[in-house]
Design a protein around this ligand. Structure first.
Ligand SMILES: *[C@@H]1O[C@H](CO)[C@@H](O)[C@H](O)[C@H]1NC(C)=O
Ligand SMILES: *[C@@H]1O[C@H](CO)[C@@H](O)[C@H](O)[C@H]1NC(C)=O
Ligand SMILES: *[C@@H]1O[C@H](CO)[C@@H](O)[C@H](O)[C@H]1NC(C)=O
Length: 318
């Protein structure tokens, strides 16, 4: 065997791999077993009430699992000390879509605890990413602005292309996307919208706190003509949010709803899940022991078949 050839190809391989590593913020650490927390949502829909008080649609779980993460569901009934403890164990957090009060609900209370912990951790060089989808984006704007700036930006059940800003092309979220996907994102309806409220571009630009915290990566036009921000990325913090729903592209199938399932729509969903999973790999938080970790994961719960009474195929109830 030609040993020198072996050594050479080994090094070439390593070189390729290290070149392919994403470069974002202060991410030196590598944790290949990330656990992402998902805050449960309060059940408000009558048909869901018999199953539990809070829930997580399986589509969000599958979405982040597809990036190589495991999920820890986070209930809304714990103490602040318990949330502080959980924060030290998980490697990122997702605020999912749904409906609810963004200032006074238990969901808002718990979200604010984690948001503040994440700010402090990141400021101290302890990398901790947060992702918000739909109401999760709205929630992040309330947390950052310190007030509810939502207006009617109704876009219910419509798939739209994104009006990408110039920042999108150098962003962490989209920066590594292939050119043909960026073109498709601009011209094909790859993003499913299911919302009544949002933050208008004007309100965003006039709000000093939002403006200095987030870069706007895309905007869209609502049914009433309002221009709203549809994708945002933290300038200094690894916080990301979309007013649309990347998880539906691969994991929701209700024919009454305009879920994009094209090749590009699926690719978009995959790449964003990969992106956020990679962010999670830069967090070194960990559970105290394997038993505690195993008991915390969503694998301990069984989703309920829900396609015959909701727009979700499966839902975890708590
Ligand atoms: C796209 O965004 C630009 C500003 O970035 C705005 O001037 C333009 O009106 C928007 N177009 C559409 C179709 O939303
Ligand atoms: C929002 O605007 C749409 C379109 O103009 C309208 O149909 C809807 O009733 C408005 N919703 C609210 C909550 O004001
Ligand atoms: C939905 O389907 C399940 C069986 O898969 C059934 O047990 C349940 O009663 C159905 N629910 C409704 C609201 O039809």
């Amino acid at each position: 065997m030609d040993f020198s050839a072996f050594v050479c190809s080994f090094f070439i391989c390593c070189f390729c791999c290290s070149k392919a590593m994403p470069t974002t913020l202060n991410q030196d650490a590598v944790n290949d077993r990330p656990v992402i927390g998902i805050l449960t949502q309060i059940v408000s829909d009558e048909v869901m009430k018999p199953f539990g008080g809070t829930y997580i649609p399986s589509s969000y779980v599958k979405y982040i699992e597809s990036g190589g993460c495991r999920v820890m569901p986070i209930r809304l009934t714990l103490t602040t000390a318990e949330y502080e403890s959980i924060f030290q164990k998980i490697n990122g957090l997702i605020f999912i879509g749904g409906t609810g009060d963004l200032e006074k609900s238990d969901f808002a209370r718990v979200a604010k605890i984690f948001y503040r912990l994440a700010l402090t951790a990141n400021d101290a060089g302890d990398f901790f990413p947060i992702w918000g989808t739909c109401m999760g984006l709205q929630l992040l704007t309330v947390l950052v602005a310190g007030e509810n700036l939502l207006e009617n930006t109704s876009a219910e059940n419509i798939a739209l292309p994104l009006n990408l800003t110039t920042e999108a092309y150098t962003s962490r979220m989209f920066g590594d996307f292939p050119d043909d996907l960026m073109k498709a994102l601009k011209h094909e309806p790859l993003t499913g919208n299911f919302h009544r409220y949002g933050v208008t571009v004007k309100t965003f630009q006039e709000n000093e706190k939002l403006q200095s915290f987030f870069s706007v990566l895309s905007t869209n036009v609502a049914e009433n003509g309002a221009h709203f921000v549809s994708t945002i990325e933290g300038k200094r913090y690894p916080f990301y949010a979309v007013q649309w729903h990347p998880e539906v592209n691969r994991f929701q199938w209700d024919k009454k709803l305009n879920f994009p399932h094209s090749r590009h729509a699926v690719q978009l969903s995959s790449l964003l899940a990969d992106f956020f999973a990679n962010e999670g790999r830069s967090s070194l938080h960990q559970f105290d022991n394997p038993e505690e970790e195993a008991a915390s994961l969503i694998y301990n719960y069984t989703p309920v078949y829900a396609a015959n009474f909701t727009a979700y195929e499966q839902i975890y109830f708590f």
